[in-house]
Design a protein. Structure first.
Length: 67
């Protein structure tokens, strides 16, 4: 069994989905935003990887706007 870690998914706007959908290796997870959840470590790592990728994307978009 995979080690579990506690994560917190920040709440988003009122019009956005109240849950975060994550799929890793064909297994789906629906995590509530604004609450702590216990998930396998690999799920937490995938959420972190996704957040980093989004940050890089928005940095690039901002850089293009400033050119």
């Amino acid at each position: 069994m995979s080690e579990r870690v506690e994560i917190y998914i920040p709440r988003s706007g009122d019009r956005e989905d109240p849950n975060l959908f994550v799929a890793v290796n064909g297994v789906n997870y629906l995590l509530p935003k604004g609450k702590k959840s216990m998930v396998p470590k690999f799920v937490a790592e995938e959420i972190e990887r996704s957040n980093r990728a989004a940050e890089i994307f928005y940095e690039n978009v901002d850089g293009m706007k400033n050119q």
